[in-house]
Design a binder for this molecule. Structure first.
Ligand code: PEP
Ligand code: MN
Length: 357
């Protein structure tokens, strides 16, 4: 099947088309007072789209699972009194129906839901014939096909005002981030679908207030289109995700200091430098080709002398020596090791090929 998406501009009423598109609001709608206080402060600071979780998917039972339909009239009040658009997460067809009925302007599919094609399909079926913007969060696991698949399912239901939210990915060995960004994945998504808006969620990525500003800046530097940031009138007392929420005034401070670079066409000097990179890359290719040729010659020798393909001492020696060499050249030794692991694995594949001929 061809991977294609039919994408229309989000065309959000009353929201200027500028980078970054900002969505802000609490992780969860907790009480009418909390929703109204947060929304009013955000609106006073110029925020145009209000987010709040009404149904909360929690990793473990027993946490606050959202107010449910009781909170929908609070969202309506936000819209009526501040003029902001409203956005919430939907995880089932029932959520979709209730949210649409209440006039929620933007829906998003959460990370735990987009990891499940059955759930995404059920949501897509409920969206048939409805013209509402839908944002699809990346699945919890770093699987771009699953993310793409979720976007395709929603799109195939006829929803063309679609976007992606990048909230980072689960990882076993990360300490700094709650969900490491793995920027190469949203960048690949952008390469596949250049007109798909990608909105970065630094709150769920960092899991900590102090990481919101640097992650937002990184998102802008990488050409992402928007930011969805959790903001609460009393963050320390939030019923969910307390550590990552910021006061509306802090959000204002963060957004004020963002440097938003235009992604205009490359200038003449960049084109010159890119030419140099192209030439260097083709020299790298030449060298790799030569290296593989020598490696195949070694394989022929090993075959003649009945030797195994991999001699582990030789392999460790290469990794260590090249890593150290790389460090002397100003590169991260771990990076150099990874490059050599990849080269070695291709080299082994080619040697096995020679051995079995
Ligand atoms: C949220 O936006 O509050 C949320 C639950 O996010 P995620 O689906 O990214 O975990
Ligand atoms: Mn949250």
């Amino acid at each position: 099947m061809d991977i294609e998406l039919t994408i229309s501009p989000l065309a959000l009423e009353g929201v200027p088309e500028q980078r970054p598109l900002v969505i802000a609001g609490p992780c969860s709608a907790e009480t009418e007072e909390q929703v109204m206080a947060t929304a009013t402060q955000l609106a006073n600071n110029g925020i145009r789209i209000f987010r709040a979780g009404i149904w909360k998917p929690r990793t473990k039972p027993g946490g606050f699972e959202g107010k449910g339909v009781e909170a929908l009239p609070w969202m309506q009040r936000v819209k009526a009194e501040t003029g902001m658009l409203t956005a919430t997460e939907v995880a089932t067809p029932e959520h979709v129906c209730a949210a649409l009925k209440a006039g929620i302007d933007i829906l998003w599919v959460g990370a735990r839901t987009s990891a499940n094609p059955f759930s995404v399909q059920a949501i897509a079926d409920a969206l048939k014939g409805v013209d509402v913007p839908v944002l699809v969060k990346n699945p919890v696991n770093p699987d771009i096909e699953l993310w793409t698949g979720a976007l395709m399912r929603i799109n195939a239901a006829g929803v063309t005002r679609i976007g992606a939210i990048h909230r980072g990915f689960s990882s076993v060995d990360q300490k700094l981030y709650r969900n490491p960004p793995m920027w190469h994945l949203p960048i690949e998504l952008k390469r596949r679908f250049p007109s798909l808006p990608i909105i970065t969620d630094p709150s769920h990525m960092g899991g900590r207030r102090d990481l919101i500003a640097p992650l937002s800046q990184q998102a802008m530097d990488l050409g992402m289109d928007g930011l969805i940031i959790e903001s609460h009138c009393n963050p320390d007392c939030a019923w969910s995700d307390a550590k990552q929420q910021v006061l509306p005034e802090v959000l204002d401070f963060i957004l004020d200091r963002l440097v938003v670079r235009d992604s205009v066409e490359a200038t003449e000097s960049i084109s010159q430098l890119r030419k140099q990179i192209d030439e260097l890359d083709s020299s790298l290719m030449d060298l790799l080709t030569k290296r593989m040729r020598v490696s195949r010659e070694i394989a022929a020798y090993k075959k003649q002398h009945n030797m195994t393909v991999v001699q582990t001492t030789r392999y460790s020696e290469i990794l260590d020596k090249r890593g150290a060499q790389g460090a002397l050249c100003g590169m991260n030794p771990e990076f150099v090791k990874k490059v050599y692991e990849a080269i070695h694995s291709e080299s082994v594949r080619q040697q096995i090929d020679v051995m079995n001929k």
